[in-house]
Write a protein that binds this ligand. Structure first.
Ligand SMILES: C[S@@+](CC[C@H](N)C(=O)[O-])C[C@H]1O[C@@H](n2cnc3c(N)ncnc32)[C@H](O)[C@@H]1O
Length: 228
């Protein structure tokens, strides 16, 4: 997959090639669990990159440290490292099983660092070297109970911990809506923990009318902005 960013969002054109080709040992665990979804690039990630471009005037001056959760291929994290002028470091995190893919795809990028982080098992604060957390946190297409079970509850805990490290953090959480995803419950739980959540409906890519079909992608993406 070839990734290209062009002016005006970056000062000079940026091209990067991503691969999902892995050695057998690294590939096998992905098909024993749910992380296979992290080997694809999803509509929610694409919409997040557009939102990052649109909000560049507001977000770029405040953004030095970035954390992407459930990053999969890590495309939004990679893009923001090039798009936003003052970015110093981007951590792209996901299951340990996806680390070989993330490492391979980021090894030529100085500012982007892969990390293993499984919500509910690992402590996100250990990824913050200075203990001051992150300015911007991204999480794309990770809330879908039929596939990931109650990891949406664990995501709330991780976000609460992130905001306790830095109450100025802005988090963008994007969701491609699917039947039974539990996104509304996730919003309610975030609000009950004192986080402010606003939603932007990005519409439905390629779907005139959204159809709820079991297991079928809708293309309808919502982006939630979280602040303390
Ligand atoms: C549909 S994929 C999205 C990948 C990428 N963010 C994108 O939008 O292209 C969902 C990702 O969420 C991750 N995920 C699900 N539950 C998780 C958990 N408890 N901790 C960390 N990552 C999780 C999966 O490993 C997978 O990479």
């Amino acid at each position: 997959m070839r990734l290209a960013l062009n002016p005006p969002y970056v000062s000079t054109s940026f091209h990067h090639t991503l691969s999902t080709t892995l050695e057998e040992d690294a590939l096998a665990p992905l098909f024993g669990g749910v992380e296979w979804a992290g080997t694809r690039f999803w509509a929610a990630a694409e919409q997040t990159i557009e939102v990052l471009q649109e909000r560049k005037p507001d977000l770029s001056p405040k953004t030095k440290r970035v954390l992407e959760l459930g990053a999969g291929l890590g495309v939004p994290g990679i893009c923001v490292s090039e798009m936003y002028d003052g970015v110093e470091s981007v951590i792209v995190s996901d299951s340990e099983n996806l680390l070989p893919q993330l490492t391979k795809n980021t090894e030529s990028l100085e500012k982007v660092h892969p990390a293993a982080l499984w919500w509910g098992d690992d402590d996100v604060s250990l990824l913050s070297k200075d203990g001051n957390g992150w300015d911007l946190v991204l999480c794309c297409d990770c809330i879908y109970e039929p596939l990931y079970g109650d990891s949406w509850v664990k995501l709330v805990d991780v976000l609460v911990q992130i905001f306790s490290l830095n109450d100025k953090t802005v988090a963008l959480v994007s969701c491609e809506r699917r039947k039974g995803d539990r996104v509304e419950d996730w919003v309610t739980m975030c609000e009950s923990k004192g986080l402010a959540v606003s939603m932007e409906d990005r519409g439905s890519e390629g779907c005139e009318e959204m159809q709820w079909c079991e297991g079928q992608r809708t293309g309808k993406v919502e982006i939630f902005t979280l602040t303390k």
